[in-house]
Design a protein around this ligand. Structure first.
Ligand SMILES: *Cc1c(COP(=O)(O)O)cnc(C)c1O
Length: 360
């Protein structure tokens, strides 16, 4: 495919080419029905089987245990920042948060805006979020402990999730859900905006333990209520139908590629290829220490901002987009989500070596 470029965008991000091709195939007339998925009723038999299949695939591919439900919501991960405290945090309780970067901060700020009691029990802000805190103690009476499993902007990622005891662990997994096998039974609730590792923007995927879904108070906005939206099988109102359809295809793609175990190995290899270059000389510098590095967002610096600019511009000329670091931190970032193919990593690492040779 000559008109495709290697996509290192942080989000919305790369989708598997095979998925896009299937979407194209069925775009005008889905399975010969004479209309597209975008144009059909969300109450139709056809869409009903699409959404059910998406849920079944998620259950299978992510190994979601019994006792959990999946919900497709809207409003992005950002609405979840409010939905989590609205649903799970009563007036006479507090919730624990670990602050590992910009997204954690936003989650905390949103809970505070709702006048909820928030305890930040650990933070890596002292070192500009370049590590994952390892010592903290969870308040045993907290309504939940909230973490951001992968810090998209700062390039850090939890590998061993905290043990919160009987306190439900809540994770924003927007940028690393399904990047490798993960044990859902450790969590009370997981949410993810789909646009990084699951599909297009507009869908938010939620995995919630049954008992927590029952907690939603009646006086919260309908669109934030796990009980209302989940209780109607994500069909309370019109869901983001086309996004759910693509998300289903992405899950199918993961399954047919060998599932999360295979994907996790490939993702680790992909990340190592880049980190090896960062660690192999003086020209590039990883911004994160080895023990906290993300296998999804690799952040790095060059010797000067001018060189970084040139690096990003030259890479684009060579057919690689999205290597600019987040505007709040600068530098460079390669987002290498599930759908970013090995060829993209090969192209990037070759380019990095060449660029160092001519500028180092
Ligand atoms: C991108 C991102 C968000 C924001 O998601 P929206 O769907 O745009 O609201 C939140 N958390 C993390 C970890 C992210 O990477």
């Amino acid at each position: 495919m000559k008109n495709r470029i290697f996509n290192f965008n942080a989000g919305p991000a790369a989708l598997p080419l095979a998925v896009l091709e299937e979407v194209r195939e069925d775009l005008i007339s889905y399975k010969g029905e004479g209309l597209s998925v975008m144009e059909m009723s969300h109450r139709s038999k056809t869409f009903d089987s699409i959404i059910k299949e998406a849920e079944e695939l998620a259950k299978e591919v992510y190994s979601i245990p019994d006792g959990y439900r999946t919900i497709f919501m809207q409003g992005g991960a950002t609405l979840q920042f409010a939905a989590v405290p609205l649903n799970l945090l009563g007036d006479n309780q507090g919730a624990d948060y670990i602050n590992t970067g910009a997204w954690s901060k936003k989650a905390i700020a949103e809970a505070e805006k709702l006048e909820k009691t928030v305890n930040v029990i650990a933070s890596s802000e002292d070192q500009n979020f370049n590590y994952i805190p390892s010592s903290f103690s969870v308040n045993s009476d907290a309504a939940y402990l909230h973490i951001t499993s992968n810090n998209t902007i700062f390039g850090t990622q939890w590998t061993n999730y905290p043990d919160a005891g009987s306190v439900p662990l809540v994770a924003d997994m927007s940028s690393d859900i399904g990047c490798r096998p993960f044990d859902i039974s450790k969590f009370g609730l997981i949410y993810a905006g789909a646009q990084k590792n699951m599909g297009p923007s507009g869908v938010t995927f939620v995995i919630i333990r049954d008992d927590l879904m029952e907690k939603s108070p009646v006086n919260i906005p309908t669109m934030t209520s796990y009980k209302l939206i989940g209780g109607k099988d994500s069909l309370y109102n019109t869901p983001p139908t086309f996004g759910i359809y693509i998300l289903k295809l992405v899950l199918q793609w993961v399954k047919s590629g060998g599932g999360l175990a295979k994907l996790g190995e490939t993702n680790q290899t992909k990340a190592n290829m880049i980190y090896d270059i960062l660690d192999g000389g003086e020209f590039y510098k990883a911004t994160v220490g080895k023990e906290s590095r993300s296998i999804m967002n690799v952040t790095f610096r060059l010797p000067s901002e001018d060189l970084e600019k040139e690096f990003i511009a030259k890479a684009l000329e060579e057919g690689m987009i999205g290597l600019k670091g987040h505007r709040s931190v600068g530098g460079c970032r390669a987002s290498i989500y599930n759908a970013v193919p090995m060829e993209a990593i090969k192209s990037l690492t070759e380019f990095m070596k060449e660029f160092e040779k001519s500028n180092g």
